[in-house]
Design a protein around this ligand. Structure first.
Ligand code: ATP
Ligand code: MG
Length: 478
């Protein structure tokens, strides 16, 4: 924010006036000077009502207003409410600096290195409050392999913003956002919606459109490609052709994104209720291999299982059931682990458990470099994988009675059921475990020696022995 603007806002506060919407500023890059005056959608012309806004967010909005700061709801909250959807979270934007925000709320913590943000803590949730930020003036050189600064506060590396703490005006804040539909502001002073970038029009046309020059905006932050896909999947919108075209070429920029950030994005893409659609779009835009490095090699063999896990996750989400990242990643990587284990078992004459263990180590190590799956999840994934051959070998045997009672059984069994969905050879085995699991403990032994009519046919037994994974290895049940 310029010194002049800062001082003027200070005066307005002293005089007890609500700060006005700022006038257009000339410091915006030329491509952004198209919309000087925002479109204001007044209270009566839109469907957002305070009763649909989370009450803690309303409290924060009003506290900022009482202190005479500008105070807006922005981002997904406004977008989703305008679409008649229930927002996932509510973000707030203001001209108060993080320190000023912190002074207003006892329960406030300042976080973030890349972007400095205020987190206002309530018992059950956190409301994020961001100070208006400006976009840079685009005089950096995107291909330079060095860090460069466009002023004291924003740092670029290879054209990517790595730190960005320049405060700006309200209008500048709108232009630096990613997509037009994410740059709509609900003003707590008069309950209007403020639209600088054409977001309302794009909402009506169901379009995801990057603000500004797409090449430059993806270069600044390649994660915007994943966000475009996520919003297209979530809202069932189309990515505007000009925002879509560069993605095919620019996917490689995702290699430079820290793996911890990609982990968060992958969770949002796959565990938010639109996982399968996201996956299909990632495939269409050729981005999958930047998230799942093994995927290309095992593409044809793994796709059915991935489809099954993602559709199952989407259904669970719709029914408000829990979804598990461990289970998701176990499925995403299973084919790579299984195929690598088969190869190791053949080449090094390892038993299947040793081979699986080594394969799991190698696959998760490579995956971790790209998408930082937390270690505790990897432990859970390994347990699911290592229990698969046990479930395949111990069914109907006495060992089944022990296995069914072990804590690791449930997740591994669910995973076997998932595999059986795409591999009919496993159906009979999965059915057995389900029967055993559902039976009362005293009836379980009977299921190991069923009456003749329920016994598997000789044919079926043979089929089990012919299971390809077991035949090619020297597996033994331990
Ligand atoms: P969701 O429903 O997933 O929360 P959202 O649009 O609110 O969607 P957030 O990640 O919560 O997404 O971000 C809040 C807002 O911050 C966005 O709507 C957008 O205006 C802005 N934003 C987030 N990430 C970026 C980015 N990488 N570049 C520019 N603006 C961003
Ligand atoms: Mg949000």
């Amino acid at each position: 924010m310029s010194a002049y603007r800062f001082v003027m806002n200070g005066f307005k506060r002293l005089l007890g006036q609500a700060p006005n919407l700022p006038q257009p500023v000339s410091s915006l890059p030329p491509d952004q000077l198209v919309s000087h005056q925002p479109r204001i959608i007044s209270r009566g012309e839109h469907n957002i009502s305070r009763k649909y806004i989370n009450r803690n967010a309303v409290r924060v909005l009003y506290r900022l207003k009482e202190a005479r700061f500008q105070s807006f709801l922005v981002g997904g909250g406004v977008r989703d409410m305008l679409l008649g959807r229930i927002p996932k979270d509510f973000d707030i934007a203001t001209d108060a600096t993080p320190e000023e925000i912190s002074g207003l709320f006892r329960n406030c913590r300042l976080i973030g290195k890349r972007f400095r943000l205020a987190h206002v803590h309530f018992d059950e949730e956190i409301i994020e409050v961001a100070t208006f930020r400006a976009r840079h003036n685009s005089h950096f050189k995107p291909d330079e392999d060095v860090e460069n600064h466009d002023d004291q506060n924003r740092i670029f590396k290879n054209g990517r913003i790595v730190r960005d703490n320049i405060y700006g005006t309200f209008e500048e804040d709108a232009w630096r956002r990613d997509f037009t539909i994410n740059a709509l502001y609900y003003n707590i002073y008069d309950f209007s919606v403020v639209d600088y970038t054409g977001g309302v029009e794009d909402l009506n046309a169901r379009l995801i459109r990057l603000i500004g020059d797409p090449l430059q905006r993806y270069q600044e932050d390649p994660v915007r490609m994943l966000r475009a896909i996520r919003f297209a999947a979530k809202l069932d919108f189309t990515i505007h052709p000009e925002s879509a075209a560069p993605i095919y070429d620019m996917g490689r920029l995702l290699k430079d994104i820290p793996s911890a950030r990609l982990y968060e994005e992958v969770l949002k893409l796959f565990l938010s209720g639109h996982g399968w659609k996201s996956f299909e779009l990632l495939e269409q835009y050729k981005l999958l291999s930047y998230l799942l490095p093994h995927f290309e090699k095992y593409f044809s063999r793994s796709k059915d299982l991935i489809q099954a896990v993602l559709q199952n996750t989407d259904e669970r989400k719709q029914q408000h059931l829990t979804v598990s990242p461990t289970f998701l990643f176990a499925a995403l990587l299973w084919t790579a682990v299984e195929e690598t284990a088969k190869q190791l078992a053949t080449e090094q004459s390892l038993n299947i458990f040793l081979a699986l263990n080594e394969a799991a180590y190698s696959v998760t190590n490579q995956q971790h470099k790209r998408v930082a799956i937390p270690r505790r999840l990897i432990l859970g994934m390994k347990e699911i994988w290592m229990t698969q051959p046990r479930l395949e070998q111990a069914w109907r045997s006495k060992k089944a009675l022990v296995l069914v009672n072990q804590p690791r059984f449930r997740a591994a069994f669910d995973f076997l059921v998932l595999r059986a969905k795409v591999n009919p050879d496993l159906k009979e085995i999965a059915d057995f475990w389900e029967m055993l699991f559902l039976a009362s403990p005293e009836h379980r032994p009977d299921l190991l020696n069923p009456p003749p009519i329920a016994q598997p046919t000789a044919n079926k037994r043979k089929k089990r022995r012919r299971h390809p994974f077991k035949k090619r290895t020297t597996a033994t049940i331990d």
